[in-house]
Ligand binder design. Structure first.
Ligand SMILES: [Zn+2]
Length: 62
């Protein structure tokens, strides 16, 4: 038994919120490694960021 489509849902273009936040104003939650380039996230430590690939360390300002 088929259900009649009397009111088709309007197509809503959903944006991926997580990715949108990630690139918000260049302020990333997880930083990219400047040496390895975009795609290589740096590990978030208490007072610094570290890259697991090239061992690059960037200290946080706060
Ligand atoms: Zn790196």
């Amino acid at each position: 038994m088929a259900t009649p489509r009397s009111r088709p849902k309007k197509h809503v273009n959903k944006k991926p919120v997580a990715i949108h936040k990630l690139y918000n104003g260049g302020k990333t939650k997880n930083q990219f490694c400047p040496k390895c380039g975009p795609g290589f996230f740096m590990a978030n430590h208490k007072n610094r960021w570290t890259c697991g690939k090239c061992n690059y360390v960037e200290f946080k300002k706060d």
